[in-house]
Each structure stands twice: as C-alpha cells, then as structure tokens.
Design a protein around this ligand. Structure first.
Ligand SMILES: *Cc1c(COP(=O)(O)O)cnc(C)c1O
Length: 378
C-alpha cells in the first residue's frame, strides 16, 4: 500500500523510484525514518516550540549518549564541519562572528594531511578558511604537521575514514601535536558509525570537535551532529541558524544551516535507536540477504562473489567481480543496465566489480535485485 502511494507521487512528479542496493548515500535519498522516528516527528508537528531550547536540550541528551562534553544537532555532517570550523576561528567573540566568512586578520587556515584530502574538505572552508595540505603522496610526518601549525591556524581537519592511509599520522599523534600548539582538531567521523565503540570512540577520543552524519545511522538524510568541547560546541551553536536571533543579536552567516524541529528530534531518536539496536541481528539479516543474492549468482561463468566485512556505514557488502572475457559483459555495463532498467536498481562499483549493499532494501526487493543480477550476468 505504502509503496504504491509513493510510486504514484513520484510518477506525478515525473521521476523514477529507485531500488537502493547501494547504501545510505545522499544521492539516492540517504536513509528512511523508522516508525519510532515517524511517530516522534508527528508529535513534534502538533506544537511549535522554542527552537533554541529544543537545540539546547537535544544537544545535552545527545552529548550524554555519545559520552561527549557537549553536542549540537546540525543539518548534516558537512554543516557540522563548517560550523565547527567557524567556532575554531571565532570562538564566542561576537565581533569576529559577525565578520565571517571574511577572515581578514583572523585565523584563516585549516590544516589537513595530504593523505586525508577528500571530497568534503571544502565544507569546512566555506566559513572563510583556506585548506593547507601538509605532506606529500608518501604521507605526512610529525615534523611537517608541527611546522604547518602557526598563529594563522584555525584548526586541523582529520578525516576519520582515511585514518589507515599509509604514511598518515594517527589521530592520537595529531591530537598530541596540535594540542601542543593550542590548535583544535576537528574530526570528520561521518561514516564511522559501526562498530559502536568506534562510533562513540571518536567523541571520547580527546578530539576538540567531532562531526557525524545521521544519514549513516538510520536518521534523516538532512541531519548531523557536532560533539566536543563545551565552549567550542557553544561557539558553533552561536553561529547556527538562529544563533544571531537568540544569543548575539548581531549578524552571523548561519541561516543557510537551518533545520526543522522534526529533523532535530528525528536526529536525536536516531542516535538513541542506533545505540540501543541489536547490531548482531541487523548484520545477520544483511548477511542473509547477501547469501540469497550469492546463491542466485552461483555457477555463472566469469562471475565471482565475495562477502566483504568492514567497519563503517556499509559493514557487509557483496562484491560481484565480473571478468568481461568469460562473462558476456563488463561490470560497468551491468551497472548501467541495472540503473537504466525498470525498476531502476542502484549499486556501487569498482573497476571490475559491482558492490551490492542490500541493507537499505525492503524485504521484497532482495529477490528483485538477485533475479535482475542473474538475468544480466547469465
Ligand atoms: C556523507 C559524508 C559527509 C557529509 O555528510 P552530510 O550529512 O551529508 O552533510 C561528510 N563526510 C563524509 C566522510 C561523508 O561520507
């Protein structure tokens, strides 16, 4: 019933619904709220609220859950990176806050290890810092990082998903060096949601600020979380979407980072659910789905399957390697045909393989994906 309605609305608008066997990625819609989140949002809709109070209380609860000193719910991890960096530049200085993103005369450099340069580093810099890449293709040494930190450094940006890139300095070492110079470290831990010790571990690591995305742990596509030291989180909130109306009565850039009260509450429920969830059961179900798809692909020439187990937002993924000589087509062709077919099926890919993450699928879609893959690869 529900999916029939959704299809109709999409059809009215003129877009194709997608079967998501890719993951909880923004380009495909992120995530779907659970019944508990939907019920919470429905309650929230009934009454208006003091948004500042809502942000403060949800922040306190989120901080307690994550084991952090303070927290602030943001419209996504990218927003948390921007607001966190703004906090590192201006602190609670109303004069500085009202000048951003003009950082003339202010700390205006965000330092990152070369091996951590990634697609979201611009998000930190939109508040007026310049990205300073330290090191080279072989990595970054402690001496290089230390030498790069100076009076103009606002913060160090640490990309947690790249913390095993060879030659890069681990978080503990970066914290040691940066704190030695009084420079705060902002960690992008967006996708580091599993295992739970890793998820909350960053919040408890001693990092000054840590940014998360709720899209990766069951929450809204449009929400995130900034946790960390109290004065920095408070400084970030001062520059948030209502900070200039509630705290400073001065100009600030924050309004583009606006959220709905429904999203704020939904993000909080997402944190609660994620920490309470039986993850063994969750992963057992994903593995069951992967086994189903694997069986459907058994015996196909040029096709090999492998269950990948890893940390992060897609902890169980099926790799379907395609040898274009033995199979009749390449991984890229199958990827395109899945996407362009009806229904449209999105997976991820490597040069010679498809990566199938069946976790976002509805139960009845698992076999749709399995059958289509078999038909295209047979
Ligand atoms: C998705 C992602 C982001 C952006 O998060 P949003 O919540 O979509 O703003 C930032 N960093 C990493 C590593 C991500 O994967």
């Amino acid at each position: 019933m529900e999916s029939a309605t959704a299809t109709t609305i999409y059809e009215q608008i003129g877009v194709k619904p997608v079967i998501n066997a890719r993951g909880f990625n923004t380009v495909v819609g992120g995530n779907t709220p659970t019944p508990r989140m939907k019920a919470a949002m429905e309650q929230v809709e009934r009454y208006y609220v003091d948004m500042n109070e809502l942000l403060e209380r949800t922040g306190e609860i989120a901080a307690r859950l994550m084991g952090a000193e303070a927290a602030y719910i943001t419209p996504g991890c990218a927003a948390a990176l921007a607001l966190g960096t703004a906090a590192c530049i201006a602190g609670d200085d109303l004069d500085k806050i009202s000048r951003l993103p003009d950082t003339t005369g202010l700390k205006n450099e965000t330092v990152i290890q070369k091996g951590h340069v990634y697609q979201y580093d611009r998000a930190a810099c939109i508040v007026g810092t310049r990205l300073i890449e330290v090191g080279d293709a072989n990595g970054t040494t402690a001496e290089q990082l230390d030498a790069a930190l100076g009076p103009r450094t606002a913060n160090v940006l640490f990309a947690a998903h790249l913390d095993r890139v060879p030659g890069t300095l681990p978080l503990e070492r970066v914290l040691e060096i940066a704190h030695g110079k009084g420079v705060p470290v902002l960690v992008d831990a967006a996708a580091q949601v599993f295992p739970l010790e890793r998820f909350t571990g960053f919040a408890r690591s001693g990092a000054d600020l840590v940014a998360y995305s709720t899209k990766y742990f069951g929450g809204p596509n449009s929400a995130g979380l900034l946790v960390g030291r109290k004065e920095l989180v408070r400084a970030a909130a001062m520059q948030g979407f209502i900070g200039f109306e509630t705290v400073s009565q001065r100009k600030a850039f924050g309004r583009p980072f606006k959220m709905d009260r429904q999203e704020i509450v939904c993000a909080l429920v997402a944190i609660q659910e994620w920490l309470e969830m039986d993850h063994d059961r969750r992963l057992a179900e994903v593995e069951r789905r992967i086994a189903h798809i694997t069986r459907a692909l058994e015996g196909l020439p040029g096709v090999a399957t492998e269950l990948l187990r890893r940390a992060g937002a897609s902890p169980r993924v099926l790799r379907v390697s395609v040898d274009p000589g033995a199979a009749h087509r390449s991984a890229g062709e199958v990827f395109d045909e899945l996407r362009n077919g009806s229904p449209s099926i999105w997976v991820n890919r490597e040069p010679d393989a498809l990566l199938v993450n069946p976790e976002p699928l509805k139960p009845n879609e698992v076999d749709v994906v399995a059958s289509r893959l078999r038909a295209l690869l047979a």
